[in-house]
Design a protein around this ligand. Sequence first.
Ligand code: KIV
Ligand code: ZN
Length: 515
Amino acid sequence: MSSQSNRVVIFDTTLRDGEQSPGASMNLEEKCRIAALLEDMGVDVIEAGFPIASNGDFEAVNAVAKQSRRAIIAGLARATRADIDRAAEALAPATRKRIHTFISTSPLHMKYKLQMEPDAVLQAVKDSVSYARSKVDDVEWSAEDGSRTEHDFLCRCVEAAIAAGATTINIPDTVGYAVPDEYAALIAMLIERVPNADKAIFSVHCHNDLGLAVANSLAAVNAGARQVECTINGLGERAGNAAMEEIVMALRTRADRMPYETGIDTTLITRASRLVSTVTGFVVQPNKAIVGKNAFAHESGIHQDGMLKNAQTYEIMTPDSVGLNKSTLVLGKHSGRHAFRDKVKALGYDLDDARLNDAFKRFKDLADVKKEVFDEDIAALVDDEILRAYDRIRVIDLAVVCGTRGPQTATLTLDVDGDRKTVTAEGDGPVDATFKAIKAIVETTARLQLYQVHAVTQGTDAQAEVTVRLEENGKTVNGQGADTDTLVASAKAYVTALNKLLVKREKTAPAGAGA
Ligand code: KIV
Ligand code: ZN
């Protein structure tokens, strides 16, 4: 593949750069689930983590490598032998593997972050890439803070990286500073000036600090880049990374202006967005392009009228093309296990018998209290079921007394590592009482940073989906819970967040880790 080809490689970094977003940490099972879905979507390269950052990262990359089928699995490494060794070890089981090594090249980063002279950085590029090539055939080299790097020096580094064996050259806009014409010109300049540029694919990796990550990435594709690094829902540090769904749908919808192809099955976009949101607890903003709740909603009379006459009047892509089916009334309380299994499968889940049984039981409970059960309800319920499968703390029972008279009390039973404990706590309102009850059972210094509720579907019997963000010792985690009872959903969300804190590995990335 070269800048002449019209195929754009999609490199997903949800599990690495996306996970660097504060509070977005995922455990091994969650990463494996996301990776499996990314493969189903047709993602070309899955960056599964930064193996030297922690044992948890190493194990996650290793597990994703083991389960991988067709996608290239990438592991991040700084320009050191220890990082590269660790990445190679983690990636070993993958059928197709890539070491992604990087070093900063901008004057600011070299002077203050690396405290290295440019010549030493250039030497590190040569050494790290050739060492990585001694481990795997597929090596990507990134110039961290590439968009703020002096051009002559960048050309020398890129040429050296390709000469040392890098087959993909990534030029990140690490701090989201670039604007589209400037960034496109940078890529064009490199392809033009670097003598061995034709031996590598040029890649872009844009952060969204100015809201330009997608625009910058697309401009760079027009200038010859053929790999785009992105994340589902634009997850990532600070303002995030370029959103994969936006890149892919822009290329597809505007093929007239951008005649490039990706291998992505766009009908899995909604499913992936939802999974990443559930796992991380990062709710997608309603007006988010492609995957926001309102992205295909037409509220005003004029628009609705136009839509009825011809959908193209106000719709540039169909909801179906991103896997968003109209809310369908799917099942009722008389539906059997067979119908439920078929529906779960059609929604893209692959559950083993035990989990299917648990989910079916919960579906029956839900159908008892909710007349109409929609696709979204089933998805929320199954996600909830799967996410709880590895939890050490579980909500068993909750009874709340609330109303104007007070005091509001919550009597709660939790299962903690197989032991059931029940307490009653008073609080300033039912949510406060519920959270106090949890804290009376599970000792924690975690502080609540966010409590958010939204309805999965419409109507007063809708399931509530609650997000709770907790902070403990500088670490932030999000937990989500869904239930027709908002307080039960709240308890589940809080407990999910606590479970994440319990399993949260030492995530402190080593000094110099990329943005
Ligand atoms: O933003 C960045 O520069 C990065 C690199 C490590 C690729 O994430
Ligand atoms: Zn980044």
